[in-house]
Write a protein of this length. Structure first.
Lengths: 538, 294
């Protein structure tokens, strides 16, 4: 029965179909859809980045310089929405699409057509959202968190809410697909505790996505009805409460933070063992730490709201719960370091990004601990210290992990090596300038500069100028990244070996480079010594 | 699953991209309509109509191709398991969607309304803004200190809502009887009990519509009735929407039974809809308890 089924599409067995439209718009192939996700997220990375350049240009000097305050607020709002929902999340879904079937020995995702729908919703959703910038009345300018009543003043509410509904539908379908793939499509012998950590991290992330994206949909639906249908969810005169929105939003928002970092943990857990030429230290502890972080992410949401006037008992509970997260996170950091300890290390570009991730993400984690302290947070709340904190975890954390993954797997995707020289130039430019960009923002925040303002006290001038210079140079450095990718995909002549990296283990390195359009038409036979984490008796 | 068994990967399909386009048209039309000045809503209405018809056609076409593949025997046990997981996690996401609105209900009842009445740390708000307001849920307070929407009455739980509870509980039993009949291969019995389930679902929707009309006309309970009206209509409204969809799905399954699409051991479509039906049933029990009785 099943044999007959595979013969239906034998015309595609030996490579990609030639028709451009059929291949890219009607695909059921996890590699093509993964590529679409990754290209889309790269595009969004540059669009969101250009918004950041506007922000840093305006903040280069005190006083109103280039743009109107409302436009500045649109830029901060859109920068966040585009980077979170358009760049980081689709990049991880793209990586998951490409690598999870290869890593577990599956021929494709479990539900390939739904996979295509999950992707194709996104360009439309972002077209809808970005189009508000060109409409009369402008786009959303109340911050990406869209707190009422401020956010309800914009005429763009309906467009943004519907765009978020679409993104949510896309994420939920993508997550369902990933769970079904991991639980149902593993090759015989690929036990759950033999899966690569990247696959584990995505399994848990997918669960988080399904649990919280509908809550975000609910929160923005209440915004929509408050604005257009006269409900009173967030209106105190009608018995509601604007703080209710913050609770519902952050019940989504905090797990969302881990949705953007857990796959990054998975990526680092693949790269560090490869270039240390050692299996990962404490495989089971790594898996359980991810699960523990995911669990804790559901009971810490109000630490985003310490300054809003919560009852004292709530502040204390959320403070301690938040600080607990540093325990499983610490396990992960120590295990990465222990994996490197005594290994034969080499420093190719993916490894450089991974090491930078470990150091700089830890800095972001520590500033997070500072923010978790209620009395301290009263000082730091809504200052540039918060901006510095989450950019350390999202840029030098999530985005660096995505870049590391791109360099790590690009030869597997394209069949050619990228330029190691230009990769290293990209790395060193990025890692220097990102610190010039964000480190001074800690000082600005501690000195009291509020976030989301187009103008500021002259006392903050020097550090803002340094930060802006770092911002422009960091932005420009990403053009090198684009150049390296384009060169590798279209112009590189250096063929990649099947096992691109000498120390790499796992099923994805047993298939040719580039990975053929269809892999594992029959379930592969699993040999424990080929798996990155085949022996988990530690 | 044997070592040498080949996997099933579906052929290319144009339905996903069609689905993305029609979903976009629907929400774009809706957003345009909501923002249109009076008299200018025509464009948005046209787009939303096109989008909505497109969605119906898309569902029809996509499911038709899936049903054809299923009848052709292309779906092996592994594909079946993927479908089951997909439906299960989809229902979980729906549970979380309702959880957001239940959360809003609990928060406003337990916290925001009492705080506005001066309880806890709401003392100053109460004193300076609304010192006259006596906090209460339901009639005489549930619409907030500004009495938004005017005085209103709540829907009595032991009339129509109780009847609706019994209707939904009965429908859960009838759909289960139909499932057992399907496993035993008694087509006549399936048709009767599944048909009964569809009728009960439709009756529920009819009764709910009746209740809404009564609420608007006689109780002055509307969507504008402060946070009480907001939570009442959003929760029961989204639930009613789900019951409506579930009834349509059951009706389609009834037609498929009539056409002989299901066998005693190969009927995922039936089970998925039955799961969905039990889910709307359970949500209703939560609603009956927390929205109507308490």
């Amino acid at each position: 029965m099943a044999h007959a089924a595979t013969h239906d599409h034998h015309d595609e067995h030996h490579g990609a179909p030639s028709n451009f439209f059929t291949r890219w718009f009607m695909s059921t192939n996890h590699k093509d859809i993964g590529t679409l996700y990754l290209v889309f997220s790269l595009l969004m990375f540059f669009i969101g980045g250009s918004f950041a350049m506007v922000i840093r240009a305006e903040l280069f000097k005190p006083g109103m310089q280039l743009v109107q305050p409302y436009f500045f607020n649109e830029m901060t709002t859109m920068h966040a929405l585009v980077m979170i929902f358009g760049a980081i999340m689709p990049a991880f879904v793209g990586l998951g699409n490409w690598m999870i079937p290869l890593m577990v020995g599956a021929p494709d995702m479990a539900l390939p057509r739904m996979n295509n729908l999950s992707f194709w919703i996104l360009p439309f959703a972002f077209a809808l959202m970005l189009s508000t910038l060109f409409m009369q009345g402008g786009g959303p300018a109340g911050g990406w968190t869209m707190y009422p009543p401020l956010s309800l003043q914009s005429d763009s509410v309906a467009y943004v809410v519907f765009a978020i509904h679409l993104m949510g539908i896309s994420s939920i379908m993508g997550a369902i697909n990933i769970i079904a793939t991991i639980l149902n499509m593993r090759a015989p012998g690929m036990d759950l505790l033999k899966m690569p950590v990247f696959v584990w991290s995505w399994l848990i992330t997918a669960f988080l996505l399904i649990a919280v994206m509908p809550v975000l949909a609910g929160a923005v639906t209440m915004l929509l009805t408050d604005k257009y249908f006269g409900t009173s969810f967030f209106n105190a005169a009608g018995g509601g409460d604007p703080v209710l929105y913050q609770h519902v939003f952050w019940f989504f928002g905090h797990p969302e933070v881990y949705i953007m970092i857990l796959p990054a943990f998975g990526i680092i857990s693949e790269i560090v063992p490869t270039f240390s030429r050692k299996p990962i230290f404490g495989y089971k502890a790594m898996v359980f730490a991810i699960a523990a972080i995911a669990f804790l992410s559901f009971i810490v949401w109000a630490h985003h709201m310490f300054a809003v006037g919560l009852p004292l008992g709530a502040e204390i509970f959320f403070m301690y719960a938040t600080m607990l997260i540093s325990v499983p996170t610490g396990i992960k950091v120590f295990n990465w370091v222990s994996t490197m300890w005594g290994g034969s290390l080499t420093f190719e570009t993916p490894m450089l990004f991974a090491i930078a991730f470990i150091i700089l993400f830890t800095i972001g984690g520590f500033s997070g601990l500072m923010l978790a302290l209620v009395p301290a947070d009263f000082q730091y709340h809504d200052t540039y210290f918060v901006v510095a904190h989450f950019h350390y975890v999202l840029v030098t954390g999530a985005a660096f992990a995505i870049m590391a993954a791109t360099y790590y797997w690009l030869p597997k995707w394209t069949g050619h090596m990228y330029s190691e020289f230009w990769g290293k130039v990209h790395f060193w430019c990025s890692v220097v300038f990102v610190n010039v960009l964000f480190f001074p923002q800690h000082f600005l925040g501690l000195a009291g500069m509020p976030r989301r303002i187009p103008d500021y006290n002259v006392a903050f001038a020097d550090f803002n100028m340094i930060s802006s210079i770092g911002g422009f140079l960091f932005g420009a450095s990403q053009l090198i990244f684009l150049g390296v990718i384009v060169h590798c995909a279209f112009f590189s002549r250096k063929k990649a070996a099947d096992r691109v990296w000498e120390g790499a283990r796992g099923l994805e390195w047993t298939v040719p480079s580039p990975a053929p359009h269809h892999t594992f038409a029959l379930p592969p036979v699993i040999h424990d010594d080929e798996l990155a984490h085949g022996h988990v008796d530690d | 699953m044997g070592q040498q068994q080949a996997y099933f990967v579906p052929a290319k399909s144009h339905w996903p991209i069609v689905a993305a386009v029609v979903m976009f048209l629907t929400v774009f039309g809706a957003a345009h309509w909501l923002n249109a000045a009076p008299g200018e809503a025509g464009f948005g209405k046209t787009i939303i109509t096109i989008g909505f018809i497109g969605i119906l056609l898309m569902f029809f076409g996509w499911f038709r191709s899936v049903i054809h593949e299923s009848l052709a025997g292309k779906y092996d046990a592994q594909v079946d398991r993927s479908f089951r997981m997909g439906m299960m996690w989809f229902i979980f996401s729906e549970v979380m969607f309702f959880a957001a609105f239940f959360g809003a209900l609990f928060y406003t009842r337990m916290f925001s309304v009492p705080w506005l009445g001066g309880e806890g740390h709401g003392v100053l708000t109460h004193q300076f803004l609304w010192s006259e307001y006596a906090a209460a849920w339901g009639a005489g307070g549930g619409n907030g200190p500004a009495n938004i929407g005017g005085d209103f009455q709540t829907v009595a739980p032991w009339g129509l809502p109780l009847l609706n509870t019994l209707i939904l509980l009965t429908s859960s039993v009838t759909v289960t009887i139909a499932h057992h009949a399907l496993k035993a291969g008694h087509r006549g019995k399936i048709l009767v009990f599944l048909g009964l389930t569809v009728l009960l679902g439709a009756t529920f929707v009819y009764a709910q519509a009746h209740e809404y009309i009564e609420a608007y006309k006689e109780l002055n309970l509307t969507l504008h009735t402060g946070v009480y009206g907001s939570t009442f209509f959003m929760l029961t409204g989204f639930h009613g929407l789900h019951v409506t969809l579930g009834t349509i799905m059951l009706a389609i399954i009834w037609l498929r039974v009539l056409k002989g699409h299901f066998s005693p051991d190969h009927h995922f479509g039936f089970e998925a809809v039955a799961w969905y039906w039990h889910f709307v049933d359970v949500v209703w029990l939560g609603l009956f308890m927390f929205v109507y009785i308490l």
